[in-house]
Design a binder for this molecule. Sequence first.
Ligand SMILES: [Cu+2]
Length: 116
Amino acid sequence: MRRTLTLIATTAIAAGIVGTAQAQMHNHGAAPVPAAKTAEPSAGTTGKVNSVDPHKHVINLTHGPIPALSWPAMTMDFGVAPTIDLGAIKPGDTVAFTVGKDAKGMYLIDSLKPAK
Ligand SMILES: [Cu+2]
């Protein structure tokens, strides 16, 4: 029962994201990083896949808010860590993912798995 309710809630949230989120211009990658700052833990949420570019290793997601990063829900392109296989990811999939930073301090998806 608890699992069923969670599933319903998750589905409702996902539907809400699709219904309300709009593509936005933003520039997460350009945020200044204080030199003394230590590595942040990855922060995650779920999102719906809009497109996958396996050659550039980029996916476009409509994702939920990520409070740990102070990101609102939005639609955006994400670079994906080279260790992640994008072969099984298709437009329309709902995925759970976490966001970290690469060696240049750019945000990228560092874990990704199907979510229901
Ligand atoms: Cu974003």
